[in-house]
Design a protein around this ligand. Structure first.
Ligand SMILES: Cc1cc2nc3c(=O)[nH]c(=O)nc-3n(C[C@H](O)[C@H](O)[C@H](O)COP(=O)(O)OP(=O)(O)OC[C@H]3O[C@@H](n4cnc5c(N)ncnc54)[C@H](O)[C@@H]3O)c2cc1C
Ligand SMILES: Cc1cc2nc3c(=O)[nH]c(=O)nc-3n(C[C@H](O)[C@H](O)[C@H](O)COP(=O)(O)O)c2cc1C
Length: 548
């Protein structure tokens, strides 16, 4: 057990409430893997519930858990969300790499249950939960009960999972529960949108805006790299079109809900996005052979979901429905995330955002995003906005200010880097940051151009390299700059630099692919070795990602 004894190190203090059990049951270990905190919330509620029921349990962030203890564990509860495209969240990667390690012992005495959190609009729904369960099974661990896959409205199934795990583990089905598990999320905070300024130049349907929110009245303590979540309202034009298509009355009072149909569509349900569960529920009301064929054709369904909204569904597959029936097929309106673009050390009294308007033409009509048009267009300066801080510890600045940073991004991926630069400047840290950033055109899309040039002039930025993809015949992207400056990249990595990636997923994939090629060429590695090296860099937080 050389490998694992090496792992037994100074342990981070678990959240241990040390309760003497009155029901005979071995202690339970609860692990969570999370990006935005939901899995942590579920795991901590499970821990609290077991405590209230008098059963000893320990709750750990997966990153802080000593995997060397696993062979001696008896009962393991795993709560894990999915990130990226079916990937493990950052704090679960190292844990998983150790589970896969060739020296990982078998776990025949381990019984486990997995609660997977995800979003059914993604192809790989709850992929991380499935991946971890598969590996536990490979190691001979036994499932206590079936894995539960929770969609964005995770609270109800997660609470049921906690309750069922208790019933199954203890073998005691409580007639009158000592306590009910509950999940309470932090409240949304009200503030004022104090400033909005267009960053892109000229008229464009996809304008990017700089937004400022007041952070003095209900001050939140944030760190550069964190995000906020906001609850949007839906575009009124889309609400009207849906009500017209269904031939319903906007002011009709719903039976299932204390609001009117118009209010519910504006503020309570998703209509700009379409998901499998919505189609599944619609099929129960609308018995339609071609809809059934679509649902059963995986490829066609995937194409339809990415290119359609709720209005398309009711137009393409019409059906007579009353307002309550219609509402019953929809998913609750979920929050949208925006990276904070201001540094807390420099500007603790405000929260800046960089938001791109989602608006595009398709199938002879205009489509708009709910969150981006709400922030960029519906709210006036001075309007009230509700938000909640989402800590993003895996994307913070390194603890050691001497660590060099290679910040790679496109478009609104600049937002957290602006926050980093403000904080670096406030701390007088010079020449430790290198920005590689791109968009379409220099003249219209160079977000925060003057500020970035100033950061370069005052040496907060050691280097700035841009890639404007459409300014020359042959498109060029940020990954080309990695190749152009490959020697500097390798030197910085040798000096202990961290690579940050922010912006859309596709850019992230291409940058990672380019890094693999660079490692192959420069370090003489095979593709397999270069991929393993990249994986190690990601597991060890040398590569940090905030991709969406
Ligand atoms: C951690 C995190 C940080 C983020 N930070 C930022 C940020 O700093 N700035 C920012 O502008 N956004 C950011 N986003 C994205 C943001 O949360 C929203 O997804 C985005 O604003 C679109 O939401 P919407 O409600 O306007 O569109 P939706 O109503 O969600 O979507 C409407 C339609 O547009 C399509 N669509 C959605 N997004 C895009 C897109 N990017 N390109 C093309 N079509 C799209 C959808 O598929 C759908 O068909 C972040 C996301 C995450 C997860
Ligand atoms: C950038 C991003 C990527 C995601 N990718 C997936 C995915 O591939 N599959 C999935 O089921 N859910 C995906 N989700 C949804 C999350 O798993 C879901 O929101 C979950 O509740 C988050 O839990 P957490 O706060 O513990 O991270 C993604 C969410 C974000 C923000």
């Amino acid at each position: 057990m050389g490998f694992f004894s090496a792992l037994i190190k100074k342990k981070d203090k678990p959240l241990n409430l040390n309760i003497k059990a009155d029901i005979k049951c071995p202690p339970i270990t609860i692990l969570y893997g999370t990006k935005t905190g939901n899995a942590q919330l579920v795991a901590q509620q499970a821990h609290k519930y077991y405590h209230q029921c008098g059963i000893e349990s320990e709750c750990y962030n997966m990153e802080k858990y000593d995997v060397g203890r696993l062979p001696a564990e008896h009962k393991l509860l795993v709560v894990v969300s999915t990130d990226g495209e079916g990937e493990l969240p950052p704090n679960a990667r190292k844990f998983f790499a150790l589970l896969q390690h060739e020296e990982m012992p078998m776990l025949p005495n381990l019984q486990y249950a997995v609660c997977a959190l995800g979003d059914s609009s993604y192809d790989n729904f709850c992929g991380a939960g499935k991946t971890i369960e598969k590996q536990l099974q490979k190691l001979g661990a036994q499932a206590i009960m079936s894995r539960v896959d929770c969609d964005l409205d995770f609270k109800k199934p997660a609470l049921q999972w906690i309750q069922n795990s208790y019933d199954t583990i203890t073998g005691v089905k409580k007639e009158a529960p000592i306590a009910e598990p509950e999940i309470t999320e932090p409240d949304f905070i009200s503030t004022t949108l104090t400033k909005r300024q267009q960053l892109t130049k000229g008229e464009t349907p996809q304008a990017v805006y700089h937004i400022e929110l007041d952070n003095t009245t209900n001050k939140v303590d944030y760190a550069a790299g964190d995000c906020i979540e906001i609850i949007p309202s839906n575009p009124i034009k889309l609400v009207d079109q849906i009500i017209d298509t269904l031939n319903l009355n906007q002011s009709q009072q719903l039976i299932s809900n204390s609001h009117t149909l118009e209010y519910a569509l504006l503020h309570q349900f998703e209509i700009t996005k379409l998901t499998r569960p919505v189609i599944r529920r619609y099929m129960k009301i609308n018995i339609n052979e071609s809809l059934k064929r679509l649902y059963n054709d995986k490829e066609a369904l995937r194409d339809y979901l990415v290119s359609s909204d709720v209005l398309d569904l009711i137009k393409d597959y019409p059906c007579q429905m009353d307002a309550d029936e219609f509402i019953s097929i929809l998913q609750p309106l979920h929050s949208r995330y925006y990276s904070i673009a201001s540094g807390a050390k420099a500007k603790a009294d405000q929260i800046d955002l960089t938001v791109k308007t989602i608006r595009f033409q398709q199938k002879e009509r205009e489509y708009e995003g709910a969150g981006s048009t709400y922030v960029n267009e519906s709210l006036e300066e001075g309007a009230e906005i509700h938000f909640r801080l989402v800590a993003n510890p895996s994307f913070h600045l390194p603890d050691d200010p001497a660590t060099p940073l290679i910040m790679i991004g496109v478009g609104t991926g600049i937002a957290p880097y602006r926050a980093f630069l403000q904080d670096l400047k406030a701390q007088g840290i010079k020449n430790k940051a290198w920005l590689i950033w791109g968009d379409k055109h220099q003249t219209t899309d160079f977000l925060y151009e003057d500020e970035l040039i100033d950061y370069y002039k005052n040496n907060t930025l050691a280097f700035i390299n841009t890639a404007f993809s459409r300014d020359q015949e042959q498109k060029e992207y940020v990954q080309q700059r990695l190749i152009d400056y490959q020697d500097r990249l390798l030197e910085w990595l040798d000096d202990g630099a961290m690579i940050y990636l922010c912006g859309h997923n596709k850019m992230g994939d291409q940058v990672k692919q380019t890094l693999v090629h660079i490692y192959m060429n420069a370090k003489g590695m095979s593709e397999q070795e270069a991929r393993a090296y990249l994986r190690e860099q990601r597991n060890n937080n040398i590569i940090r990602e905030d991709l969406y």
